[in-house]
Design a protein around this ligand. Structure first.
Ligand code: FMN
Length: 174
């Protein structure tokens, strides 16, 4: 079951122009809040953005511009409290991954948009600072990534078990 879900999931960057079902969004957030975190510190926070103007502005969070973000029905901004743990990146990455899988399970498409270590449009500001300013995020948090979310308007083939890079799996020694 889990393998099937993993084989099916692809990054979706084209979405139908319809709002994400509120119950599905709730389930995705429940999935996020269920993930494990180092020492149980739960450093993550999530900002769910569905306002069109904010999504438009968010599109400028990366250089070059993330062209599909303004047309994305919803975006979940994932940030971590850097003051409570030095592994907030890992903790937030788990939340991102699990949200992508829950979205897939619910028939929604999603795409990870990298924010950490990236620059905003114009390259005058980091993507992190740009989003913190836009969404009024307090200083002790840093943004890991944005999850674009919506009903898919593109189809991508899933993966097969035959096509996997088994050579990357080493036994006992590299
Ligand atoms: C850490 C991480 C960062 C990513 N950043 C971006 C991004 O900034 N923009 C984007 O369009 N896709 C991004 N992606 C999606 C990848 O490009 C995509 O997962 C990869 O090409 C494999 O394709 P698939 O997701 O369809 O299997 C990111 C994925 C991961 C895991």
């Amino acid at each position: 079951m889990m393998l099937e879900l993993l084989m099916k999931r692809r990054s979706i960057r084209k979405y139908k122009q319809e709002a994400v079902d509120a119950d599905k969004l709730k389930k995705i957030m429940q999935a996020a809040l269920l993930v494990p975190s180092s020492r149980g510190r739960t450093p993550w926070e999530f900002v769910v953005v569905q306002n069109r103007e904010t999504l438009q502005a968010l599109g400028k969070c990366r250089h070059p511009q993330q062209v599909f973000l303004p047309d994305t029905p919803a975006a979940i901004v994932v940030l971590g409290d850097t003051s409570v743990t030095d592994v907030w990146v890992e903790d937030c990455s788990i939340a991102m991954t699990i949200m992508q899988l829950e979205a897939e399970q619910l028939g929604l498409g999603s795409c990870w948009i990298q924010i950490r270590n990236r620059m905003a449009q114009g390259e005058q500001q980091t993507s992190n600072d740009f989003i913190k300013e836009l969404l009024h995020i307090p200083a002790q948090y840093d943004v890991l990534a944005v999850l674009a979310l919506g009903v898919p308007d593109e189809e991508k083939p899933g993966r097969t078990l035959e096509g996997l890079q088994y050579g990357k799996v080493h036994q006992e020694k590299f």
